[in-house]
Design a protein around this ligand. Structure first.
Ligand SMILES: Cc1ncc(COP(=O)(O)O)c(C=O)c1O
Length: 391
């Protein structure tokens, strides 16, 4: 089995560890466990494909390389039991770009778009910065777990004449893998009110428990108008290569996507991204399984250190994603959270308030790094909390 390599990324110009003060933190010298990429080098298959292509050395105009579609279709079938047809697949330079394009194509200015807060913050911007009306269906937090208030979801859709829904499945940041019943519940409401569904499944390959992630495109009969977004970027740690995948089963919807992306000349990606994606889906399975084991272990370690040192800190169950959702509200007031984490503990986590909804006192911790870093961060957090409790 190939070795899983964790890199020291400080000083490499990455967003996660370098120049943190440009990204909402007060200082640069923090332990970077925030933005969602990993500290692991990509699968060997990806590094080799890029090296071979670099060796070839001609990077002229290109067509989509052989094997790109087949590798993705095989991956979806083998990992998720989804039957994806080649003609459904489109390119996007990022999942964020894709959901912005879809909002622009399938809604008009002033139209209402619904999201489920707290949620990945670009969802909100995709609504507000495109001049659409933001409608939120707050996730329900009860007894240490999150669920969906389906009645509120339907009511908000009806009352506001909602035109589109951006679904996060699995959900970032709360870590839920939605059940079949939950997905069918939401999508059948959308079908009833003719709401266009933008399903962001970028974290679909991170199944941390026995609970399987259900691709929207396997739900068949309950299907409403939908475009499903995913990417090798999150799964194989290659976000910088800008190769994301849009799956659109409906021909009329595809046609509108094609007209739009054709007009902007963004319908095709760069030649390295395609080769890397094909190599990842073909040869990256065992590498991913190792990453999942590391993330599971990191989560358990964080849980143990918190249980022993800060029992009132609430760590939510991690079913999907590699991002732990943690409530520190019992120890630190919202106004004190940034100085506490940055100045006292030396940590850069995503702040809960970035995700909207009822997230005061929360942080999101990126677990996709080596065990030692998680241990050091958890100990720094525990020491800060213990010192604060004594004060
Ligand atoms: C739910 C979700 N969608 C999209 C993205 C980013 O996608 P991209 O880098 O392809 O724009 C992220 C990254 O964290 C994410 O969590």
């Amino acid at each position: 089995m190939e070795e899983l390599i964790c890199r020291e990324r400080k000083g490499t110009g990455c967003a996660k560890w370098d120049n943190l003060s440009r990204n909402g933190f007060t200082r640069d010298d923090l332990c970077g466990l925030w933005v969602a990429d990993m500290d692991f080098a990509c699968p060997l298959s990806v590094r080799k494909a890029i090296a071979d292509f670099a060796d070839f050395g001609v990077f002229g105009y290109d067509s989509v390389p052989d094997g790109y579609y087949e590798s993705f279709i095989r991956w979806q079938k083998e990992r998720h039991g989804a039957d994806i047809k080649k003609e459904w697949i489109r390119y996007s330079p990022g999942v964020v770009a894709a959901f912005n394009y879809l909002v622009q194509i399938f809604t008009e200015e002033g139209d209402a778009v619904i999201i489920q807060t707290p949620v990945y913050y670009p969802f909100m911007k995709a609504v507000t910065e495109n001049g659409r009306k933001l409608v939120t269906n707050e996730l329900v937090r009860r007894d240490g777990a999150y669920s969906i208030d389906l009645e509120d979801f339907e009511e908000k859709i009806r009352e506001n004449g909602v035109k589109a829904f951006i679904l996060c499945s699995p959900h970032n940041p709360v870590g839920r893998v939605w059940t079949r019943e939950e997905l069918e519940g939401m999508l059948s409401v959308c079908a009833r009110y003719d709401v266009f569904v933008i399903a962001d499944e970028i974290h679909q390959d991170f199944e941390l428990t026995k609970k399987r992630q259900i691709p929207v495109l396997t739900l068949g009969d309950t299907l409403c108008r939908v475009a499903v977004l995913t990417a090798p970027s999150k799964t194989f740690n290659m976000a910088g290569l800008k190769n994301s995948i849009v799956q659109i089963p409906d021909e009329t919807i595809r046609k509108r996507w094609d007209e739009y992306t054709g007009r902007l000349h963004v319908a095709q990606g760069n030649s390295i991204g395609y080769r890397a994606a094909a190599a990842a889906y073909t040869g990256g399975g065992q590498w991913l399984d190792q990453v999942l084991e590391v993330v599971r272990g990191n989560y358990e370690l964080l849980k143990k250190i918190l249980r022993e040192n800060a029992p009132e800190a609430q760590l939510y169950p991690l079913e999907g994603t590699y991002l732990a959702w943690l409530d520190l509200g019992a120890y630190v007031r919202e106004e004190e959270l940034a100085p506490f984490l940055e100045d006292t503990c030396g940590l850069a986590f995503d702040y809960g308030k970035w995700f909207g909804g009822d997230s005061e006192g929360f942080v999101r911790v990126n677990l996709a790094t080596e065990r030692e870093k998680i241990e050091a961060a958890a100990n720094a957090l525990a020491a800060g909390i213990r010192a604060g409790s004594r004060a």
